[in-house]
Design a protein around this ligand. Structure first.
Ligand code: PLP
Length: 447
């Protein structure tokens, strides 16, 4: 309506006067206004409806404005809107029970945080105290959050400006078959060589100094590359052999994104610590956490855990998590994510690769896919540089938006991550738009 659009224009002016934005030079910013959000759609400042293939920050797994979750937050707000973490609260207890029930193996204890980066900070603190070791091994091309330690553990270019080189972090190459660091030609070779490499890194860093290996179950922000069969099982085996804790970062893929409740479930792997956030309550209220194994939990039975947060297990966030998880179960959303990956997103994105020469690679699982754009399929030269943007990718993003599709754009990739309950009709509509938008990059591709 006209009122919404007028309010949006006021909001835009105030934003440009007073809001300081993430990861951006402030001067040239022209952020998009969202005036309405419902299900798998958002409406921009001109009232244009867009299909949300980004799930915002890959977190609105159940879509926008799910009535059961909105009602649960309203009910909780009317009863107990906030409470100190020391006091028992029914929303927090039930959220913890549900997370423990869904998490693999003996990850039965939950420390709640406000978001993903804090979950990573606390998982690493727990691992260091449990092992009495300091070093953390993390993967290149990873993203673990924007706080000081989490961004230092991060392996993508986002850490460059904050990398202190002294946070006790060493890095290794993860498997990435399309751009193999190991000159592998098959996923099997990639998995085997990546594991040999990781073992060498452990040995050369000194196994007795390494507290944890932290790894996204399916690396997300930095490129959505699904680990080849055998890799995650191998990491589990290696870390166990050297007495190192395995922290699986499930912040982006946890709670159904890949068509299983957790990414590690694809490989039957049980980590020692598992971080989550985003999808746990679809981002309706900020929430994250660490799921903790019995062995790590036991470290803190007689010894105080040195850490806490005013809002650990906030009732509004936990009530939203309970309602979200129940809605996901009731509506079969995780199975639906698996189905749309196999039946719609995978096949249709591969068709786009056949039709558009600038598409160099398509990969993913469930409702989590990357389309990687190149100037030349033979050289695989990316359409935007590592850690940067390009006019061509900007043009592609602009064309998607103009045609009514909101994608997630990073470097030379589009990430396709719609809500898990997006209807088949809307998915096809979005993919048709993507097909049309990709015509703008065809001109930039050789061959
Ligand atoms: N870990 C992973 C795997 C993520 O994808 C993210 C965010 O994208 C984070 C951690 C950080 O989460 P937050 O931004 O909620 O702090």
């Amino acid at each position: 309506s006209e009122d919404l659009l007028a309010a949006g224009r006021t909001a835009y002016e105030l934003d440009r006067s007073h809001v300081f934005h993430s990861w951006s030079a402030q001067g040239a910013l022209d952020p998009m206004t969202i005036v309405r959000a419902e299900g798998s759609h958002v409406w921009d400042g001109e009232g244009r409806r867009m299909i949300d293939f980004s799930s915002q920050m890959v977190n609105t797994n159940i879509g926008h404005s799910h009535p059961a979750v909105v009602a649960a937050i309203q009910e909780q707000a009317g009863r107990i809107a906030t409470i100190a973490p020391a006091h028992v609260n029914d929303a927090r207890s039930e959220a913890a029970r549900l997370v423990a029930e869904l998490a693999p193996g003996d990850l039965d204890h939950v420390f709640f945080t406000n978001a993903g980066a804090e979950a990573v900070e606390h998982a690493i603190r727990m691992a260091r105290l449990h092992t009495g070791r300091d070093k953390v091994l993390s993967a290149y091309r990873s993203y673990h959050g924007g706080t000081d330690l989490a961004v230092n553990v991060t392996g993508s270019a986002r850490r460059f400006a904050s990398d202190r080189g002294a946070a006790g972090v060493a890095r290794f190459f993860p498997p990435y078959t399309y751009r193999s660091a190991f000159h592998a030609e098959t996923p099997e070779q990639e998995a085997g060589r990546a594991l040999e490499h990781l073992e060498q890194v452990i040995q050369l860093e000194g196994p007795g100094t390494v507290a944890a290996v932290i790894l996204e179950s399916v690396p997300g922000t930095a490129g959505i590359y699904v680990p080849p069969a055998g890799y995650m099982e191998g990491v589990r085996e290696l870390t166990r052999r050297y007495g190192i804790l395995f922290i699986a970062d499930e912040v982006m893929v946890g709670f159904g994104r890949t068509g299983r409740w957790f990414g590690v479930d694809h490989w039957g792997v049980v980590p020692d610590l598992m971080t989550f956030a985003k999808g746990v309550n679809s981002g309706y209220v900020p929430l994250g956490g660490v799921a903790i194994s019995d062995a790590v939990y036991d470290t803190f039975t007689d010894r105080a855990y040195p850490g806490g947060l005013t809002y650990s297990g906030h009732p509004l966030a936990c009530a939203a998590a309970v309602a979200t998880i129940n809605a996901m179960k009731d509506e079969g959303m995780v199975d639906n994510a698996a189905r749309i990956g196999t039946e719609i997103l995978g096949p249709r994105l591969r068709q786009l690769m056949e039709r558009h020469p600038a598409v160099g690679d398509v990969r993913g699982l469930g409702a989590f896919w990357a389309v990687e754009l190149v100037r030349d399929r033979a050289t695989k030269e990316p359409l935007a540089p590592y850690g940067g943007a390009s006019p061509e990718m900007g043009e592609l993003a602009g064309e998607c938006k103009r045609l009514g599709l909101l994608p997630f754009v990073s470097e030379n990739r589009l990430h396709i991550a719609p809500p898990l309950n997006t209807t088949d009709e809307v998915l096809h509509e979005g993919l048709d738009i993507l097909d049309q938008a990709l015509e703008v990059t065809d001109a930039h591709a050789a061959g």
